[in-house]
Design a protein around this ligand. Structure first.
Ligand SMILES: Nc1ncnc2c1ncn2[C@@H]1O[C@H](COP(=O)(O)OP(=O)(O)OP(=O)(O)O)[C@@H](O)[C@H]1O
Length: 299
């Protein structure tokens, strides 16, 4: 781990290295309910909620890539493809079963790091969230109005958070998390909850982070959100790393794949998927420089 970076182009510009990570979840699998057996539907339900066989769910398989300073990386894929799991691993909240993540500074996962209390007002939660992220009182005072403005909750900021809609809570969380000037910001779906004004403000904030040579990851099912915000895009499917490239190319291939799988020939869709996976250039193993933190396990 203490050797110089090697095996990647332009190593100095790298901010995060994902080295061949796999994630497996242990979970239970229940036998299908058989309502014809004694006890009818209730009996079947009882049988389903007891026992169950332990199985392994592979959420990610051999994912490798390098995030560079100034990159805004969209992460796309169908439901259950591993996008949130990837964000959890990058943030150090989930331990990969194989491989490692190395980051130049601590990636901030939007929404998770800010532990807010719903009975407190938005204003109190701004202070709480900022303190939780390590900001000093003086810095919070300086940034307070900017955070409230970014959230767009000027009129509601003194109401308790439990009176907010889920979109309003997400906006507040985004505004708090985005105030810390993270070098690596991870955003999981948060942008979909806001209105047009919030989207414009959050895009502006993401652009600022990128311009300060940071790296932004954005998970979204909305391809237009990804296109509006990202210069690069990663496509995951059922835990496999299908494609990594410029946003236009990757979203076009993804749209084509989804169309084939839902409207056209599934076999042809699978063929496209296999070809794209095979044509992805393998990333050489990377070695991480002194001072880089291994984010292999939860902190
Ligand atoms: N805690 C868990 N225990 C067991 N399996 C899990 C757990 N969390 C996720 N999974 C499984 O891992 C896989 C990837 O899930 P993940 O939430 O990362 O997908 P996603 O791409 O973010 O999905 P979505 O678009 O639906 O939010 C899925 O098959 C899911 O069922």
């Amino acid at each position: 781990m203490d050797e110089p970076l090697s095996g990647i182009e332009n190593a100095n510009a790298a901010s995060i290295i994902v080295d061949d990570i796999s994630v497996s979840y242990r979970t239970k699998r229940y036998a299908p309910a058989d309502e014809s057996k004694s006890g009818g539907a209730v009996g079947a339900l009882r049988r389903r909620t007891s026992g169950g066989r332990q199985t392994t769910n592979e959420a990610l398989r051999g994912v490798s890539f390098v995030g560079y300073r100034g990159d805004s990386i969209g992460v796309i894929g169908r439901n259950g493809s591993g996008k949130s799991t990837l964000m959890q691993v990058l943030a150090g909240l989930t331990k990969p079963s194989k491989g490692g993540v190395y980051a130049a500074s601590e990636p901030i996962l939007l929404g998770v790091n800010a532990a807010l209390i719903s009975s407190l007002s938005g204003a109190q939660n701004v202070r709480l969230g900022c303190l939780a992220m390590g900001m000093k009182e003086s810095e919070i005072d300086r940034k307070y109005s900017q955070i409230v403005e970014m959230s767009g909750l000027e009129d509601e900021i003194n109401y308790p958070m439990n009176s907010y809609s889920s979109g309003m809570s997400s906006r507040l969380r985004f505004a708090i998390a985005a105030a810390v000037d993270p070098e690596i910001l991870l955003i999981d779906e948060a942008l979909n909850t806001g209105d047009a004004q919030f989207k414009a403000r959050s895009k502006q904030r993401m652009d600022e982070i990128r311009q300060q040579a940071g790296t932004v990851f954005l998970v979204s099912h909305s391809l237009s959100t990804i296109k509006a915000n990202c210069n690069r895009c990663i496509w995951l499917d059922k835990g496999d790393f299908i494609m990594d490239g410029d946003t236009e190319t990757v979203t076009k291939e993804y749209r084509n794949f989804v169309w084939r799988m839902t409207e056209g020939s599934k076999e042809y869709g699978q063929k496209i998927r296999a070809e794209l996976m095979q044509s992805r250039p393998p990333l050489k193993t990377v070695i991480v420089d002194r001072g880089w933190r291994s984010a292999k396990g939860p902190r």
